[in-house]
Design a protein around this ligand. Sequence first.
Ligand code: HPA
Length: 259
Amino acid sequence: MTDLSQAPQAPAETAIIGGTGLTELEGLAVVDERVFDTPWGAPSGPVITGDFRGHRVLFLARHGHPHTIPPHQVNYRANLWALREAGAARVIGVNAVGGITPAMGPARIAVPHQVIDYTWGRGHTYYEQVGEAVLEGVTHIDFTFPYDESLRQALLEAASRRQVIAVDYGVYGATQGPRLESAAEVARLERDGCDLVGMTGMPEAALAAELGLPYACLALSVNWAAGKSDHIITMEEIASALAEGMAGVKAVLEEVIPA
Ligand code: HPA
């Protein structure tokens, strides 16, 4: 039977799911690496337990290390399940995104407060029959506020202590990928109220909510979304914004882990 209320076995930890540009956390002394086999299949890789400047942290590379798993093939269910099994008490998802609204330009960090899910065909819930899992009923979790507010505030305070500019809002539009969007799709996302567009924010946030894990997203804009600049999106542009913005992301993580 799938028991979502099962208590974690290890002490509570902060878990980081690293996205594009963050397959490793520098300064993390690896204490342990555990390969989990979950009822939902294999996670993207081993869960690393590390010591980060004297603080315990769990780390999982969302796309594997090296980066090989595309956004639509990430086993989000197994990832969150494994992190909970490893003792995660809160989860920070680091996500590269495209910026749609004016504050969200390349290399800008944001801590989104809302999400719209445009993904499809992903394993997006624990409340379904998979293999041996037996469900006792249908459960509809509340998702009014998809991100944990105290974790969001902790991220924003960490950013401010490190003098990293971080936008304190953002509606994250989660698209299917792996291709980038058309200009018309981005225009629609903007009409829907999205500030940012990315491919990995969902179902991760919803699965964390199903497991009762406080979850927040630390988003790094790596390009203007399609049609929002005078040029098409290039991998060079993304790599340069990643290189510029990742130092700020790492500073925020360093500061928030002990908090
Ligand atoms: N669209 C979707 N996902 C992304 C983008 C984008 O423009 N940039 C980085 N991840």
